[in-house]
Design a protein around this ligand. Structure first.
Ligand SMILES: CC(C)(COP(=O)(O)OP(=O)(O)OC[C@H]1O[C@@H](n2cnc3c(N)ncnc32)[C@H](O)[C@@H]1OP(=O)(O)O)[C@@H](O)C(=O)NCCC(=O)NCCS
Length: 228
């Protein structure tokens, strides 16, 4: 079993507010042979019938989140999955996990500081034009279309931002919120985004308090969503 390769967390940490700790790990190529290292049998059981790539990304997310939880003072134990596919964070803690080809990220906070957290990582590739209409609503697409190649990369960042936002709000909203149900407005100067939409006044008010942050590196797009 090859040792996990950690990345300095600064790349993600600078997109998160005080009170959220985070970690990054490089994932091996999909076809890497050899056993997957699980910290807990219960975690292995959750993905034992999954393909090795899925087992590796799941195990990496659990490894990072488990260490962050321990650092934050939580008791050691498996981090299992709830019916909505979100991790069942221990009482008084919250967090978020994301993985894509090559990278896994996790973030953890105390619920006394943040009631939820959303993070997402994606490969830094322009968004396929065929996918634009199922991910971007017309006003987002209009803004990005005129920007050429840069717009296509920012379209990927919009996709990522919406995934991070979903992880932040899903439990709070208690319903599925689709990619086209929200509009993100990016600041290209501040590397932030705001979220707009919602099915009622309460959801609109909550979305207005979301603070989004994004970064595009040579290899990855990273986004975070927190409540400001
Ligand atoms: C849940 C979803 C956001 C996951 O994103 P993804 O890019 O497919 O995958 P990622 O690797 O980034 O994230 C997967 C992790 O998200 C977490 N996750 C899954 N469902 C979740 C939920 N309901 N709430 C919070 N976190 C969740 C899990 O930790 C999962 O990893 P794990 O299974 O190894 O524990 C996505 O599959 C989805 O359903 N999107 C549709 C809804 C949406 O994006 N709406 C946008 C507007 S708000």
């Amino acid at each position: 079993m090859t040792a996990p390769k950690r990345l300095p967390p600064a790349l993600l940490a600078e997109l998160l507010p005080p009170g959220v700790d985070c970690a990054l790990e490089l994932l091996p190529p999909a076809q890497t042979p050899g056993p997957v290292g699980f910290a807990w049998d219960e975690e292995r059981d959750e993905v034992q019938s999954a393909v090795p790539k899925r087992q590796r990304e799941y195990a990496a997310g659990r490894r990072l989140a488990g260490e962050l939880l321990l650092n934050a003072g939580a008791k050691a134990g498996p981090l299992l999955t709830g019916p909505d596919r979100a991790p069942l964070w221990p009482a008084k803690y919250t967090g978020s996990i994301s993985h894509c080809d090559g990278l896994c990220a996790a973030a953890v906070a105390r619920t006394s500081d943040h009631r939820s957290v959303g993070i997402d990582v994606e490969p830094a590739t322009p968004l396929n034009p065929k996918l634009w209409s199922s991910i971007l609503n017309p006003s987002e697409a209009d803004r990005l279309e005129v920007m050429g190649e840069r717009g296509a990369m920012l379209a990927t960042a919009h996709f990522s931002g919406k995934e991070a936002l979903y992880k932040l709000i899903a439990a709070d909203f208690g319903r599925f919120v689709g990619l086209l149900d929200v509009e993100l407005r990016f600041s290209l100067m501040k590397f932030t985004f705001t979220a707009h939409g919602g099915a009622n006044d309460e959801e609109r008010r909550k979305l207005a308090t979301v603070q989004g942050r994004w970064r595009i590196t040579g290899r990855h797009v990273l986004t975070t969503a927190t409540w400001s």
